[in-house]
Design a protein around this ligand. Structure first.
Ligand code: SF4
Length: 351
């Protein structure tokens, strides 16, 4: 069963998908680059609607979202396919798969909040691959979730068209957007996409008032040039401000980049300090052991507010109204779910 897709127009006998800047043109029977949108019977359909191919319960810290309902669990789902072609993809078994080759859970949008509640999750995430390729399902499922008091989160590369973004993002409570590098060369050669639309998405989302955290997977020899990283930190400070958390995470060899070494911890620690030097207040490191890079400290009085051990929250001193108990400064983020069940950093698969 397919589902009618939005974001397309006809060009003669062919259909152009406008969900992302790739603008795939499809003759009858053809799929787009992401392989879950198809020209079928003269219209564009989604093969992914209501059929996630991966469903798991994660600590929300794993998304990573560190200023949004810290310590809670999140029902996470993704489909096959992707609109990017990252050579370093860490979910390539999903992103490079065809949806009909993978098992899927039949999960209507209205059933999403009940599943989240059953698993003790405070929120639901569209993640693993990129929700840009199934906006119709994200919109309907996020609406159902929020109506039932379950928050909705998107984890994305932000390579999305203006129209799909304007419809989908306001349905979400929080976003983690990858800023995969800071050069067009990197985006073009290693992700088969472009940098500028991603920067526009980040700026648009923050200015729209959405809760946004950014992630950069630092890959030795590809996007770890100190000058390039400094340009990125400067851009973040100037364009979206110092309160947007930035996660600098370590690469491990995967997919087509098997010959690249793991990111040395010193690279991330140096980058973390440089980013803070540009005034960014919440810079974290991931996939390495780094106590400083895993603590949220108050920018006002330096009190350690949230301490983490990998994906588990070890201590959370932020008050329920989001303020620091030491100096009453408001900490940016969403911290009001203290009564929700905590994850303890556990993860398990439902599919
Ligand atoms: S969403 Fe998929 S089909 Fe549509 S333009 Fe992007 S890659 Fe192509």
């Amino acid at each position: 069963m397919t589902h009618p897709a939005r974001y397309w127009h006809r060009e003669g006998e062919r259909i152009v998908c406008t969900a992302c800047p790739r603008l795939c043109t499809m003759s009858e029977g053809q799929h787009g680059f992401c392989y879950v949108r198809k020209h079928e019977d003269g219209r564009l359909v989604s093969l992914a609607y209501g059929k996630p191919n991966a469903v798991a319960v994660d600590p929300i810290e794993k998304k990573p979202l560190w200023h949004f309902l810290p310590g809670t669990t999140i029902l996470s789902m993704g489909t096959a396919g992707c609109n990017l072609g990252c050579r370093f993809c860490q979910n390539w078994d999903l992103s490079k798969a065809k949806s009909h080759h993978k098992r899927a859970l039949e999960l209507a949008p209205e059933d999403v909040p009940a599943l989240a509640r059953r698993e003790g999750a405070a929120s639901v995430a569209f993640t693993y691959n990129d929700p840009t390729i199934y906006p119709e399902y994200v919109i309907d499922a996020a609406r159902a979730a929020r109506a039932a008091g379950v928050a909705a989160v998107g984890v994305t590369a932000g390579y999305i068209s203006d129209a799909a973004r304007a419809d989908m993002y306001p349905e979400l409570d929080a976003l983690n957007i990858d800023l995969k590098g800071f050069s067009e060369r990197f985006y073009h050669k290693l992700t088969f996409s472009h940098l500028q639309p991603v920067l526009e998405t980040i700026e648009w989302s923050v200015k729209r008032g959405l809760w946004v955290e950014l992630t950069t997977l630092v890959i030795p020899g590809h996007n770890d040039d100190p000058e390039e990283l400094r340009a990125q930190f400067r851009w973040i400070a100037e364009h979206v401000g110092p309160d947007v958390p930035l996660h600098l995470t370590a690469f491990h060899p995967d997919y087509k980049l098997q010959d690249v070494e793991r990111t040395p911890p010193e690279t991330l620690i140096r980058a973390r300090d440089e980013a803070r030097g540009f005034g960014l207040r919440f810079v974290y490191t991931g996939n390495i052991w780094d106590r400083v890079g895993s603590v949220t400290a108050c920018p006002g009085c330096d009190l350690p507010l949230i301490e983490r051990r990998w994906h588990a929250v070890a201590a959370n001193r932020v008050k329920a109204d989001g303020t620091c108990p030491g100096c009453a400064r408001q900490i940016p983020g969403v911290f009001d779910a203290r009564s929700q069940s905590t994850s303890g950093g556990r993860r398990y698969h439902l599919l």
